[in-house]
Design a protein around this ligand. Structure first.
Ligand SMILES: N[C@@H](CCC(=O)N[C@@H](CS)C(=O)NCC(=O)O)C(=O)O
Length: 209
């Protein structure tokens, strides 16, 4: 059975939803990131980077959220990852956009919240962080004007990851999600796989409102 190391509502939730979509058995291992459990000696043996998500598959460890999702989707031949050609490339592009562009953009904001810098400097830097996040969501909104899902006409793991990340927006002032983005968030967060993950992690979905 798979084991997923996660923290409620964090990027690990995208892996959690993918596991539900696949309908495979798994066990959840909660890590209290607010208490710094991800930096404990015990957890660092599982992931020396001190971060979740981590998936353990029969003793084999997979780290990095996008790599875990790709591993699972390929292993279980999931339609969440279109096979070959341009559809495959698009699904990868937008999964990587979520993982390596949008996630770090929010990450800078979370880091700044805890930074020891004068309030004025912090406000100016936060304005910049939020502007960048809004620019990225605007691109997503424009893409969703032209296609039902972010990578085309079928739902992919990228839609799930974007839906997870969007729910971090209420931690910041001034993040604007366009109407096409909201349409996607409503649809994806309503999927039974997503609802189950929200319930199990005890997270409220706010971003689609
Ligand atoms: N590149 C990593 C980033 C993972 C990451 O940033 N995880 C966050 C939660 S969303 C985390 O573990 N934060 C706690 C920390 O970094 O101490 C991935 O995609 O898996």
């Amino acid at each position: 059975m798979y084991q997923l190391y996660y923290s409620p509502g964090a990027c690990s939730m995208a892996v959690h939803v993918v596991l539900n979509e696949l309908g495979v058995p798994y066990e959840l291992k909660r890590i209290e990131t607010m208490k710094g459990e991800q930096k404990s000696a015990e957890f660092l043996k599982i992931n020396p980077r001190g971060q979740i998500p981590v998936l353990v598959d029969d003793g084999k460890t997979v780290r990095e959220g996008a790599a875990i999702m790709l591993y699972l989707m390929e292993k279980h031949n999931s339609a969440l990852l279109p096979k070959g050609g341009y559809a495959h490339a698009q699904a990868l592009e937008w999964l990587m956009f979520g993982n390596a562009t949008l996630h770090p953009a929010y990450g800078r904001g979370f880091g700044l919240m805890h930074a020891q810098v004068p309030a004025e400097t912090k406000d100016a830097m936060m304005k910049n962080v939020v502007e960048n996040i809004n620019k990225l969501w605007k691109e997503v909104d424009e893409k969703l004007e032209k296609s039902k899902y972010i990578a085309g006409e079928t739902v992919t793991a990228a839609d799930i990851l974007l839906t997870v990340i969007a729910n971090w927006s209420s931690n910041f002032q001034g993040i604007t999600l366009g109407s096409n983005v909201k349409r996607l968030l409503k649809e994806i967060s309503a999927r039974p796989s997503y609802q189950k993950a929200l319930k199990d992690e005890q997270v409220e979905y706010k971003a689609a409102a």
